[in-house]
Write a new protein. Structure first.
Lengths: 516, 332
């Protein structure tokens, strides 16, 4: 019924602007998807991918720009309008009803009826037919929650198919799937494509994009910075477009090679943990700052959590100060002098209602207590000492931590560990959400501690500049595997990017180690 | 605002005010209490007498004791509905032990000691069961404690086949007598409050309690034994409920398992809420909870003394509690 030539794109979003409270999230961004095309949408956190998708599906209203879908200019006010027009979104957290059956989920809200009653037989037969088309045989009468994530995702896709979706948007569909599940998903995506359905595929796993996508749109800082065919797009150029770094920026700081006389505080070998960490190896010596590079979803955070005992280790070895350890919970790691600063300061760091003093002394307090009674005077002294040392700007130790700025909160959390006298600090995005000045201050502080007190640090930072500036050495993870270890003059943004993208840098040598 | 201010500058009003009023966090509850006292002093006959004071203190003592434990549990972000049932079980067990007329328990000293220690121990164990259900099995606190809320009173009635169990009045006489002009139970209440205040101010346990209630994930990542802290809170709460059960049977020298601690969980929760503590956890205000319990007791007494019919008294009480909580929220 479409009166458009097959050559015109199915979706054309142009000049899209969106600001939240005066802060622009999207500026003149665009996204064009052809018919029967699998289209990759990629960008770092905060690049504007999600905002763009939400504008398309009617979850947000745009400030400017036009959207043409299937030949008509559209302006979806609510998500259901977008769905009716043939646009389905499959979110990372599936919005299905886990307690209801697979068939009921596929037909939720538009159940087929006969004589006013739900036509169960038709509903289940139709559901089974669609899923069989994906090469899956599933008892569609069983509740959704009795199936694994992959099947649940297939159910969501089946729902989209049954609604005759012309465009299916998949937001990081592979983030919780294992390898065989991913290949099933890819089979389904190819099937959709063969049937003429278009797919927008959001993922951070580059290899997956190359495996399944035809075209790609790269976003950065709310703008569309690249649009092209996937084929023949060098990974390195893709990563560079995403991070906004020119490859010519290659002046590495002069660093000494790792000092072998210093003992290894942490040694991780062939670690496997959950679905994200597959074969990771990294070592940190005393007084050394090792950067952990990699794209979002490459398993950096998960590696740090496993070393801290917060996630279970499935295979591989962790040695702390030479001793092979098995960590069941964070307290085990803390007892061995390991500290972890989560990237999510609000939900995993601060205890908002408590004072700076109680937050700062949280780890230390057991050691300040005799027979369960805390020496409050020592607490006060230590807190005042760290407020002075780390220049924490506050009204005093009794001020609730929630009233501090992000940078000062982070200093309190850092002090929480320093006060406890730790040897190894795992830092996950320590400068996220912190203003530029405080950023530099915190990085300097960490460098000072490594140099003067021999503190060992493993630091995760998405900003390459920061990673390179902070680290003595960088280990790069890709898809849960350590793919490179950069030392000396090789610690530069170009080499890190090349390793993230799995291509040799043009001007530097990237030694490949432990390739899984 | 706070972020760029130098250390010496006074910060947000809440930052400075808090320190001045640190010990009077339940300020609004205190005002309500004073208002009630003033009203009664003016309009209630014989209000300003030692006898009135003693009646009120005796009536409120059990609620305050239970509310102290409830405040600790609420600080973890949980709730304990089983306190009334636990009080009934502990009180009935004490009565059964005191009513023994053979064996070692005939000796009054042994009997009284056993009748104090065993019920408290049993209560703490029941609290431990609550805690295990919540921490090990991941049952939501309201459901986990609902189980014991139902079963606990049943267990208590099983001890006496559902009958009233009386014991020799002289055995727990000291627990219903007066000391220095005030009821022993009032002194006991004061002691429990004082100990709880001390625990909250000084101990490692209380710091961990607030950390767990404020942000369990962050606490876990800081090495705090989250499950153990919660378990202790539920044990302490149940033990205090057991103590309230003992106080109850001491008053009438008998145990009525169907009546002991009936609805006391609701009075205790109301005391915590009226005292200005949010039920979302991470905070504890012992002084406010005490004031909350006293205010509710005084309200009950006022309505009774002025002959307000029961049905209207209940409505009036609910309205005033609602008003108090509303004012607390506004004051935040």
């Amino acid at each position: 019924m479409s009166m458009n030539a097959p050559g015109t794109p199915l979706l054309e979003m142009r000049g899209i602007d969106k600001a939240f409270g005066g802060v622009p999230a999207l500026r003149q961004s665009r996204l064009c998807v052809g018919r029967g095309e699998v289209h990759a949408l990629i960008g770092q956190n905060g690049a504007g991918k999600s905002t763009l998708i939400k504008i398309l599906t009617g979850a947000y209203a745009r400030d400017a720009g036009t959207i043409v879908f299937d030949g008509k200019e559209v302006d979806f006010k609510v998500p259901i309008a977008a769905q009716r027009a043939g646009l389905s979104t499959i979110y990372q957290e599936l919005n299905l009803v886990p307690q209801r059956s697979v068939a009921e989920n596929i037909f939720l809200g538009r159940e087929p009826t006969r004589f006013g009653l739900i036509d169960w037989r038709h509903m289940e037969a139709e559901s089974a037919r669609i899923l069989a088309g994906f090469g899956m045989s599933v008892d569609v009468g069983r509740p959704l929650l009795s199936y694994n994530t992959a099947t649940q995702q297939m159910t969501a896709i089946a729902r989209a198919v049954s609604m005759r979706a012309k465009l299916v948007i998949m937001d990081e569909p592979t983030s919780s799937l294992d390898e065989t599940e991913v290949s099933t998903l890819f089979g389904v995506i190819r099937k959709l494509k063969a049937d003429g359905t278009s797919v927008v595929f959001v993922s951070h796993r580059l290899d997956e994009l190359y495996a399944v996508c035809d075209r790609i749109t790269v976003m950065r800082d709310g703008q569309t910075v690249a649009e092209r065919e996937m084929e023949g797009f060098p990974k390195l150029d893709l990563v560079a477009a995403m991070l906004g770094k020119e490859l010519s920026v290659l002046q590495g700081a002069r660093r000494a090679a790792p000092d072998p006389s210093m003992s290894e505080v942490l040694s991780v070998q062939h670690l496997r943990s959950g679905t994200r960490v597959k074969d990771a190896s990294v070592a940190v010596r005393r007084g050394e700052i090792v950067g952990l590079g990699g794209l979002l979803g490459s398993g950096r955070t998960e590696l740090a959590r496993a070393v801290f005992g917060a996630d279970a280790v499935d295979a591989g070895q962790i040695r702390i100060k030479g001793e092979l350890v098995k960590l069941d919970q964070p307290a085990d790691a803390i007892a061995r002098g390991v500290a972890f600063l989560s990237e999510d300061r609000k939900t995993e760091g601060i205890i908002a209602d408590l004072s700076i003093r109680e937050n700062l002394c949280l780890v230390l307090s057991p050691r300040l207590a005799r027979l369960g009674i805390v020496d409050t005077r020592r607490q006060q002294e230590i807190t005042e000492e760290f407020i002075r040392k780390l220049d924490i700007r506050c009204a005093g130790p009794d001020q609730p931590i929630r009233e501090l700025s992000g940078g000062n909160q982070q200093k309190v959390l850092l002090a929480r560990w320093l006060a406890a006298g730790i040897d190894l600090l795992l830092l996950d995005e320590p400068t996220r959400g912190i203003d530029v000045g405080a950023k530099a201050e915190i990085l300097e502080l960490i460098r000072g501690l490594a140099d003067s007190q021999g503190l060992s640090v493993l630091i995760i930072a998405s900003e390459l500049e920061e990673l390179v500036a902070a680290s003595d050495r960088v280990a790069v993870l890709r898809d849960g595997r350590t793919v490179a270890e950069l030392t000396g003059s090789n610690v530069n943004e170009g080499a890190v990017m090349a390793a993230m993208a799995n291509e040799p840098a043009k001007q530097t040598e990237v030694p490949e180690v432990a390739h899984g | 605002m706070a972020e760029s201010a130098p250390a010496s500058t006074p910060l947000t009003t809440s930052g400075t005010e808090r320190r001045g009023w640190a010990c009077l966090k339940g300020g609004r509850t205190l005002i309500a209490l004073v208002a009630l006292l003033a009203f009664n002093a003016l309009f209630t006959r014989d209000f300003l007498t030692l006898q009135t004071l003693n009646i009120n203190l005796s009536q409120v003592a059990q609620v305050v004791v239970v509310a102290m434990g409830m405040a600790l549990v609420i600080a973890t972000g949980g709730i304990d509905l089983s306190v009334g049932a636990v009080a009934a079980f502990a009180g009935t067990l004490a009565a059964v032990l005191l009513a023994q007329d053979s064996g070692a328990l005939v000796q009054p000293g042994v009997a009284v000691l056993a009748a104090l220690a065993l019920p408290l121990l049993a209560a703490a164990l029941l609290g431990g069961m609550n805690g295990l259900l919540i921490t090990r099995c991941g049952v939501q606190p309201i459901v986990a404690t609902l189980v014991l809320f139902i079963a606990g009173r049943g267990l208590a009635e099983m001890l006496t086949n559902g009958n009233l169990r009386a014991f020799a009045p002289e055995r727990l006489e000291w627990l219903r007598s007066n000391l220095l002009g005030l009821p022993v139970q009032a002194w006991l209440m004061a002691a429990v409050v004082a100990v709880t205040v001390w625990v909250v101010r000084r101990t490692l346990f209380a710091r961990r309690l607030l950390a767990v209630g404020g942000n369990a994930r962050a606490a876990h990542l800081a090495g705090v034994p989250v499950a153990r802290v919660k378990l202790i809170a539920y044990c302490a709460c149940a033990a205090l409920a057991g103590l309230a059960g003992l106080m109850n049977v001491a008053m009438i020298s008998a145990a009525d398992p169907a009546k002991i601690g009936l609805n006391i969980e609701l009075d205790a929760i109301a005391a915590v809420a009226v005292g200005g503590t949010l039920l979302s956890g991470g905070r504890v205000d012992i002084f406010g909870t005490l004031l909350g319990a006293l205010a509710i007791q005084l309200l009950d007494y006022t309505l009774l003394a002025h002959g307000v019919a029961d049905e209207y008294a209940l409505i009036a009480k609910a309205t005033i509690i609602l008003l108090a909580v509303f004012l607390q929220r506004r004051g935040k």
